[in-house]
Design a protein around this ligand. Sequence first.
Ligand code: ZN
Ligand code: ZN
Ligand code: ZN
Ligand code: ZN
Length: 546
Amino acid sequence: MEMDVHDELLAAVLFIVFTMFTLWVFRKLWAVRKRKTINDTSSKSGHYWSPIEQNEQQHNYCSGCKQHVVSGYECDNCLLKVDNINCLRAISTKIHCKVNQTLCRKETFDHHWICGNIGADLFCEVCEELCGGGVGLQDFRCSWCWRVVHTKCKPKFTLSCDFGRLQRTIIPPYCVTTRKPGNRNQRMMLIKSPFQAVIDKIEIPTDIEKWRPIMVIVNPKSGSGAGKQLLRNFRAHLHPAQVVDVLKSNISASLRWIDEHPEVDVRILIAGGDGTICSALDQIDTLSRRIPVAVLPLGTGNDLSRWLKWGKKCGGDIDVIKLMEDIQEAEVTLVDRWTIDAESQKKLGVRLQSNKTLSMTNYVSVGVDACVTLGMQNTRESIPRAMSSRLLNKFLFFTFGTKDVFERVCKGLNERIDLYLDDVHINLPDIEGLIFLNIPYWGAGVKPWATYNASHRQECDDETIEVFAVTSSFHIAQMQIGLASPLCIGQAKHAKLVFKGNHSFPMQSDGEAWVNSAGTVLISHKCKTAMLRKAEKQSTGCGMFF
Ligand SMILES: [Zn+2]
Ligand SMILES: [Zn+2]
Ligand SMILES: [Zn+2]
Ligand SMILES: [Zn+2]
């Protein structure tokens, strides 16, 4: 009898779980469909609407009916807010988005004023008193230069729009024509879908001194929601065609104009984790000139941005204006990039695994540290929601770091591989992990080479790679809190790893892990990329936490 009760309970629980899952899927599909429909109906106005909820720090009011917004929509580009679909349709016919000014001539280019919903700590350009805040839809903010004025002061404000502190960085809407990516014949004077338009033609604005636009590449999936917020933050401050969403647009199509307009000086910012940065750099390397790149850290790792002084982790609400000024003032530094060729062994004329070629900026490693990442990556793939929780990530990292099962395969690594540095065979001590390092930082803030003697200095543009080893995952943990140093193996212009016998070993490069079956791995210099290092005197532009 008891068994039956259990079975019934189990059936009931399964039914409830299944129903909730189905409802959840339908809700998601419905939200996607709804968003698509509203952005189709309002496409002529240029707005790109995203759903919003009530904001606890600031009360928002609908631009249509002036009511308090509990939930509704906000335009990513001009931050216009509405509380329902009727107000959205009505307002779209009355107020155009900031990107929809392509027909404006620069002689008559005016501020793009949006009424209300202004932060409470801003000062009026005319009377210099506090502006914004308060109850109801009042006061104005320009969605290009971000200046604010009181409703009563607005008629007295006669200065035309010069894009304010973002003047050097913004691509003025009167200087650019955009088109749909892919089809070149389908030119559009009015941007129909700003979120996927790419730059077609650009003219250098004659009225702006030292003009140097910044293209921004963002992965909205990086950094547990911070990426999404950051993407909207950039769209609100820049011309939306300057902002590339890696999930919705093709990076090389979005950057193609750079090769077609060699007269335009340009800089690039990549916001994302190590993987996003690596694949975006691969696209940037194919451009015919060297464009300096800054990186903004989202996700885990972030040793590259640590070294280049952009911080170790940043949120989505950073001060975009300050960040853009920092990028304009940053120094250019050359960084080597490397090619990893993993060649699988042939057995009876058949390859055990397909060959793998990838580029590397930070490091490539074999053994115990890759074990930790690989264990985490496999678990992540089985529970995709784990990706969105930073805490769970930390927990997984910690758990897998101490698990014997992942470590056992790395025991006696030195006996199962042959290492050649510049064609010289190296005798390895008893180790469990071998790391080839390009930049000074590794493993979330460790500086492995700093402890080594001065005659073997680490430079990042000398086409030389630093090789060090670790004896266990415990050794890595000790290094992270400064209690141990790595075993320095040597430096090389090129390196070769030969896997002996039939052993497979976990490997990783810039946070991406894989299992390498027997064969050889070649590490050779690929190119030099221009990166931007934040100037020392400035304070940190990133909200740092953790
Ligand atoms: Zn808009
Ligand atoms: Zn309304
Ligand atoms: Zn303005
Ligand atoms: Zn005023």
